[in-house]
Design a protein around this ligand. Sequence first.
Ligand SMILES: NC(=O)c1ccc[n+]([C@@H]2O[C@H](COP(=O)([O-])OP(=O)(O)OC[C@H]3O[C@@H](n4cnc5c(N)ncnc54)[C@H](OP(=O)(O)O)[C@@H]3O)[C@@H](O)[C@H]2O)c1
Length: 259
Amino acid sequence: MELRLKGKKALVTGASAGLGAAAAMALAEEGVELFINSRDETRLRAAAQKIAEKTAIMPVVCVGDVSRAGDIERLDSQIGAVDILVSNAGGPVPGQFTDLPGERWQEAADLVLFSAVNLTRMVIDGMIERRWGRLIYLTSIGVLQPINDLILSNTYRSGVTGFCKTISNNYAKYGITANCVCPGYTATERLASLAASRAAEGGVSVESVLKGLAADVPAGRIGKPEELAALITFLASEKAAYITGTSIPVDGGAVRALI
Ligand SMILES: NC(=O)c1ccc[n+]([C@@H]2O[C@H](COP(=O)([O-])OP(=O)(O)OC[C@H]3O[C@@H](n4cnc5c(N)ncnc54)[C@H](OP(=O)(O)O)[C@@H]3O)[C@@H](O)[C@H]2O)c1
């Protein structure tokens, strides 16, 4: 399938590891001009090197914390116009309501919701001018079926979902699509730390937590980051011009809802 992504300029945030790194790799394989972001310069440079070794693309490294509006302003001056935004970062801390003081709520809002809002503000005027844009927000299957020990994630990712839908309603007429992709349990550092926290809580091994998660998925296994990245690449392409305002799970069937 010809995705016609060559020459498009893409920014992937949270791209030194996990789902963001996989999305960056998949977009590079399609020949985009690539900018990657995360907080840790050493990790980010290593991710860029890996992409350069596997593809013809050497990504531009843009260090910054997307939970800080000031860092996003710096990214804006470094990068300029962006055609494809993949808005992603680490997940907020796990825990139930009574475990989480107010500061954790503010940090999670900045990390999950306001990063998406500020990144969108950074790119949307240029997309309107050029009458073309792709906004892709990483959320979670928690917006379709809330996960008990992830109240911060459930709450603010639902906010991102409402934000994305409203943006899609208002800007589709300019050739801009806005969609959420919802990973199920996928093998990354985030999943490893989540499994470790559940293992400690339940007094069981990490392996048994991961086995339990996989057993609950109709596909019978945990997902691979490349499987989410394939959807992101398709949504970024010309072929996906008529798909907007959606939230698409990539979860091996884990969410049991009909639609
Ligand atoms: N993996 C799953 O099973 C799963 C399922 C549902 C939803 N999700 C969500 O999908 C997102 C990505 O997940 P993942 O599994 O790839 O996570 P991950 O393995 O923890 O990777 C997170 C990436 O984001 C970067 N990052 C973290 N905080 C950042 C910040 N404030 N500003 C910029 N970059 C930041 C990290 O690099 P630095 O440390 O260098 O900044 C790293 O590159 C998370 O929000 C996660 O909660 C994941």
